[in-house]
Design a protein around this ligand. Structure first.
Ligand SMILES: Cc1cc2nc3c(=O)[nH]c(=O)nc-3n(C[C@H](O)[C@H](O)[C@H](O)COP(=O)(O)O)c2cc1C
Length: 141
């Protein structure tokens, strides 16, 4: 059975671009092994991540991820069964919060700044739908 899980978390203050590269490299490797796909959004202060895959695999990954000291305050925004994946091309795609895509992020937010903690499950799902064509692999520097 396939599920999609979406959560938000707060980035620890000492986390920088090198950490993001490391997280994405480990995620690509582990998620390919576990049949998980998805995308990670990083704004500098919050993460928003979508994980798709088998229920047991997504559950195990989520438990591993929320125990990671590089972020805190995980908020589960959505967990549901799905008929098919959205992020078929990405073991873990990356979407930065840039001047170019700011309007896209804000389209689904109730406030003038992007804050996933204020968003409904339906809105975060709609945001990830819109980000399917935007996700990229962030290469290690
Ligand atoms: C915001 C964030 C997202 C992460 N996403 C994933 C992920 O999708 N898959 C994964 O295996 N690890 C992810 N991690 C890393 C895990 O917390 C953990 O470090 C890693 O799974 C351990 O893998 P290892 O046992 O192979 O070293 C993420 C960490 C953070 C902080």
């Amino acid at each position: 059975m396939l599920v999609r899980l979406i959560y938000a978390s707060r980035v620890q203050p000492d986390v920088g671009p090198g950490d993001i590269d490391q997280i994405l490299q480990v995620s690509q490797a582990n998620n390919a092994r576990d049949g998980i796909t998805g995308a990670l959004c990083y704004t500098g202060s919050v993460f928003l991540q979508c994980l798709e895959g088998g229920r047991d695999q997504v559950n195990a990954a989520y438990h591993r991820i929320v125990a990671d000291a590089r972020h805190s305050d995980p908020l589960l925004l959505g967990l549901r069964e799905i008929a098919q994946r959205d992020f078929t091309e990405w073991g873990m795609g990356y979407v930065g919060y840039t001047a170019e895509n700011r309007a896209l992020f804000l389209k689904y937010c109730p406030r003038p700044e992007f804050d996933p903690y204020t968003m409904s499950g339906a809105s975060v799902e709609a945001l990830f739908q819109a980000l399917i064509g935007v996700a990229r692999w962030k290469s290690a520097r």
